[in-house]
Design a protein around this ligand. Structure first.
Ligand code: NAP
Length: 478
């Protein structure tokens, strides 16, 4: 066995180990209690994949690789450490864009390499199969690059989060998609047709922008996860193009995972893919728009002192946390409140909506960080709604869209059709928020003026802190 074969075997061995760890990681991520382990397994797998790749005999010099590693670490590490949990979706979109740039550049370089050599007559031309793999890779890679940057720009509010539309937009986008696939077809038929290759790259870049433009901020998580899936498909195609097994496997896992997540999120919002991609969600009412000309009903306010008394003597309490709880980092104080209520004999459950916060699993992560038992979480909307029917007090902490009755009652609402919690079916509803701010969708919420709703205005952490203080004061007999 010569040295190269031994090296090849070692590389393939590390790729196999990497792939096993990726699959184990995904499996662990299906259980919240093992999620941390899942991340460690996946990171360990990635370490093996990197080691295997660095052992590749075709690497002529490590200089550029080390430079890339140093620059990438110097930028990426502080960014990842500093990013607020609430900005995670845009951070994910940003990093997808870079993954997609890498996949696209590999495809372009691979095409140029093979194509140039063929033009010089040194090596036979690219096969139809490799042309298909490279074409697929750069098309999906290019549209993921610009699409992810657009998603980042919308979520970071560098550009408007509202849908940007123009007449005939859907027909225009379908035309672009068709032209991109025709170019791909020409490339597969004639791999030497460099013009088709570069036309396809340009159309892919353009498509990323034009496809994300009409999609509103509210649908961005679905788009990001769909782009994640595209990046995975591009990576998998890269694996076929350059004969790299771990890329094929990891890309396929990412492609399938992103797609499944997109479907699950669409279901959670009761929207079809078509509606999300072509529906221009969020364009209907403008932020804060009143629906009719009638006098606006005023929301009723309760003091923390009175709210604390009701909570202290409640038999069953349901907490509905949302984005505001994450912003305020109120989860630890919330656990303290839960413990006090439980000490007084009350039962506390948490209703967690699939799109609460700003990314899938956002509130689950935050609550488990505060040590709140996973058993106390109601993660199915209908199950939670059944529990809400018999709850004494519901405490909504920084949530808005996920408890907006218009999602069920007002066909003109951009939220219409999204499954929501029905806190108003409980005896009393407390809403903790800073003021009259709307939720992510930018629409008013009639829940706040319902008869059994009482507002406690203030930053979530401060309000919960006051409630804790007041309940303790009750105990001390003040
Ligand atoms: P939301 O509808 O965005 O409402 C959050 C509310 O929190 C606001 O009305 C705000 O009102 C309040 N708030 C903000 N900071 C606060 C603080 N420090 N203390 C107390 N309250 C505070 O949140 P949600 O109910 O969780 O709904 C999530 C929304 O985001 C949905 O529309 C969903 O589609 C969308 N989305 C979800 C994801 C995901 O994957 N989970 C990703 C992107 C977008 P005030 O300003 O008056 O305080």
């Amino acid at each position: 066995m010569n040295e190269l074969t031994t090296r090849d075997l070692i590389i393939q061995g590390t790729y196999l180990v990497a792939s096993i760890f990726f699959v184990l990681g995904l499996r662990s991520l299906t259980k919240p209690t093992q999620a941390r382990l899942g991340m460690q397994q996946a990171a360990f797998g990635m370490l093996f994949a990197v080691i295997g790749t660095l052992l590749n005999g075709e690497i002529l010099s490590y200089g550029w690789i080390i430079a890339g590693l140093v620059i990438g670490t110097a930028i990426g590490y502080p960014m990842a450490m500093k990013v607020a949990m609430t900005s995670m979706p845009q951070f994910v979109a940003f990093s997808h864009a870079f993954g997609a740039i890498a996949a696209t550049l590999v495809g372009v370089v691979e095409y140029r390499h093979t194509h140039t050599i063929n033009a010089q007559g040194i090596m036979p031309g690219m096969s139809h199969g490799v042309a298909a793999a490279i074409g697929f890779e750069v098309l999906f890679g290019a549209l993921t690059v610009t699409g992810s940057f657009m998603a980042f720009g919308k979520l970071q509010e560098l550009i408007t989060g509202r849908p940007i539309t123009f007449p005939g937009q859907n027909a225009f986008n379908i035309g672009l998609i068709a032209a991109a696939f025709v170019s791909l077809g020409v490339l597969v038929y004639n791999p030497d047709a460099a013009w088709a290759f570069y036309t396809m790259v340009s159309l892919g870049l353009f498509l990323g922008v034009s496809m994300v433009l009409p999609i509103g901020g509210g649908d961005m998580p679905v788009v990001i996860s769909l782009l994640n899936s595209y990046a995975g498909l591009a990576a998998s195609a890269t694996g076929f193009a350059i004969g790299n097994n771990v890329l094929i496997i990891a890309g396929a896992l990412e492609g399938a995972g992103g797609f499944i997540l997109s479907i699950m999120m669409s279901k959670a919002m009761n929207r079809s893919f078509g509606n999300i991609i072509f529906g221009a969600f969020g364009s209907a009412p403008s932020a804060g728009a009143k629906k009719d000309g009638g006098p606006a009903k005023e929301a009723k306010v309760i003091t923390p002192e009175d709210a604390a008394t009701q909570l202290a003597y409640a038999g069953s309490v349901v907490v509905i946390p949302g984005y505001g709880m994450a912003v305020a980092q109120a989860q630890h104080t919330c656990r303290e409140l839960q413990e006090l209520i439980e000490k007084k004999g009350g039962k506390v459950a948490y209703a967690i909506h699939p799109v609460a916060g700003r990314m899938p699993g956002h509130l689950n992560v935050i609550l488990s960080e505060a040590g709140i038992d996973y058993g106390a979480l109601l993660t199915d909307v209908e199950d939670a709604n059944r529990v809400l029917l018999t709850a004494d007090v519901v405490v909504i902490i920084g949530a808005n869209d996920i408890v907006n009755p218009d999602a069920e009652e007002d066909k003109s609402s951009p939220l219409f059709g999204m499954p929501i919690f029905r806190p108003w079916t409980a005896k009393t509803v407390f809403v903790v928020k800073r003021g009259k701010g709307t939720g992510f969708s930018g629409v008013e919420n009639p829940l706040f003026t319902k008869d059994n709703t009482l507002m406690i205005y203030g930053d979530a952490k401060g309000v919960l802190g006051n409630l804790v203080k007041e309940i303790k004061a009750l105990d001390e007999g003040h």
